[in-house]
Design a binder for this molecule. Structure first.
Ligand SMILES: Nc1ncnc2c1ncn2[C@@H]1O[C@H](COP(=O)(O)OP(=O)(O)OP(=O)(O)O)[C@@H](O)[C@H]1O
Ligand SMILES: [Mg+2]
Length: 405
């Protein structure tokens, strides 16, 4: 055990450093230890891999019965599956999609993606309140849609890059310079084609434009660019995210953008690129009070953008209640209050606080990736049910924007 004198001496030594040196030291120690931790958690070079689905799960994803899925699997006709040692059939997401195409040949409604004339849906998930559930909502929504056969692009606009980490890329180790969306929206000569920063993920049907700290640069560069009157108006900061996504238009049905917890140029540019907006709200008084500021500031800033020629037409905007605790009276009151103010703009379904979501999050997984057998069944079922009903409601909004029933 350290003596008191030794502790004082240790503290003095620490304070000998200036604050920048202390922070630099801590960053380097943390980075080294994180690398070791990640290597332990995910063995070296291990890529994340999507699990296989039981026939009951495949049936639910397809909207048919379990026995019909098993029947199709025995018929061949291009439909493949694997059998476990217990004799149960399992399906990869590719195999589920093969069945989906098979079903779609006779009934197109099994194929949910865009049809001729349908526009690309770009959903910005935002709120400048940190920890309001943006990333959790974005990743679960993107995966939910990919599981149901949409072609999805996830865009991580947050320099903290939690979405990228959830989707298998460690921002510190796997994402290099000019490999985020910044590369495709920057103002200088190093700008590159957006297609070059898109990555496939281990999750079939889900691509990612990852993030890392370099996204911050956009916030620094934009004021300088704004001061330069010779700039082309079509290249104003608020057009950049939309313009970049435009060139990928044909490859996807839905884009989900995870915004940073700030109301800067990145968020404003994402809002201008968006066809729909999801504002995540944790129903606590302090969060709702800060949401009030978020709304007032966003509307002020967007009205300036609109005057400068920004396109602010959108299909829908919804508030999503996150981390809801059904037994918490004050939370229920806040939700009732928001519903009375905003009516249908508050999604009917709420994302309940679930240990299944946070437990899966510990190993950078969503509840959709973690299998039911990995946790307490009831907890898992309640978590999935809540996520599914939220995402199902968003799915309905997407379809109605394409005038489908
Ligand atoms: N439904 C849920 N049940 C349990 N925990 C949740 C749920 N949703 C989010 N969390 C946890 O709450 C924390 C904050 O969520 P999240 O990272 O999604 O918020 P965020 O708005 O993206 O945060 P930031 O502003 O830092 O980007 C995370 O630790 C996440 O695991
Ligand atoms: Mg986040």
């Amino acid at each position: 055990m350290l003596t008191k004198a030794a502790i004082v001496e240790k503290a003095r030594k620490t304070n000998d450093r200036s604050i920048d040196e202390t922070i630099a030291h801590d960053a380097s120690v943390l980075s080294g230890q994180l690398q070791i931790l990640f290597e332990k958690l995910f063995s070296p070079n291990a890529q994340k891999e999507l699990r296989r689905f039981s026939s009951a799960e495949a049936a639910r994803l397809l909207g048919v019965t379990d026995s019909y899925v098993r029947h199709l699997a025995t018929q061949g006709d291009g439909v493949t599956s694997e059998k476990t040692t217990g004799g149960r059939r399992t399906f990869s997401l590719e195999e589920v999609n093969t069945i989906r195409s098979h079903l779609g040949r006779t009934k197109p409604s099994y194929l949910p993606g865009r049809r001729e004339g349908d526009h690309l849906q770009v959903i910005a998930v935002t709120n400048f309140k940190g920890g309001s559930g943006k990333t959790t909502s974005s990743v679960h929504l993107a995966q939910y849609l990919a599981l149901r056969g949409y072609r999805v692009l996830a865009v991580d606009l947050d320099p903290q890059a939690s979405m990228s980490a959830m989707l298998g890329f460690q921002p510190e180790f796997d994402v290099g310079e000019n490999e985020t969306l910044y590369g495709a929206i920057r103002y200088d000569g190093s700008r590159r084609n957006v297609a070059d920063v898109v990555r496939k993920t281990y999750f079939t049907g889900l691509d990612l434009i990852p993030g890392n700290l370099e996204l911050h640069e956009f916030e620094h560069d934009t004021p300088t660019a704004l001061a330069d009157s010779s700039r082309n108006e079509n290249e104003m900061f608020f057009m950049r995210v939309g313009n970049a996504l435009q060139s990928l238009e044909g490859n996807y049905d839905v884009v989900v953008i995870d915004c940073p917890p700030t109301l800067g140029f990145l968020t404003l540019s994402a809002l201008c690129a968006a066809t729909s907006v999801l504002i995540t709200v944790h129903p606590q008084m302090l969060d709702v009070a800060s949401m009030n500021q978020f709304l007032a500031m966003t509307s002020d800033l967007l009205s300036v953008v609109k005057e400068a020629g920004g396109n602010l037409q959108y299909d829908w905007m919804r508030y999503l209640i996150t981390r809801y605790e059904p037994n918490d009276g004050p939370q229920a009151q806040i939700v009732a209050f928001l519903r009375s103010l905003f009516g249908e703009r508050v999604l009917t379904s709420m994302m309940v606080k679930s240990t299944a979501v946070s437990d899966a999050g510990l190993s950078k997984q969503t509840i959709y990736e973690a299998g039911r057998e990995t946790m307490h069944r009831q907890t898992y079922d309640r978590g999935v049910e809540s996520m599914d009903s939220v995402n199902g409601e968003v799915d309905q909004l997407i379809r109605s924007a394409w005038s489908r029933t």
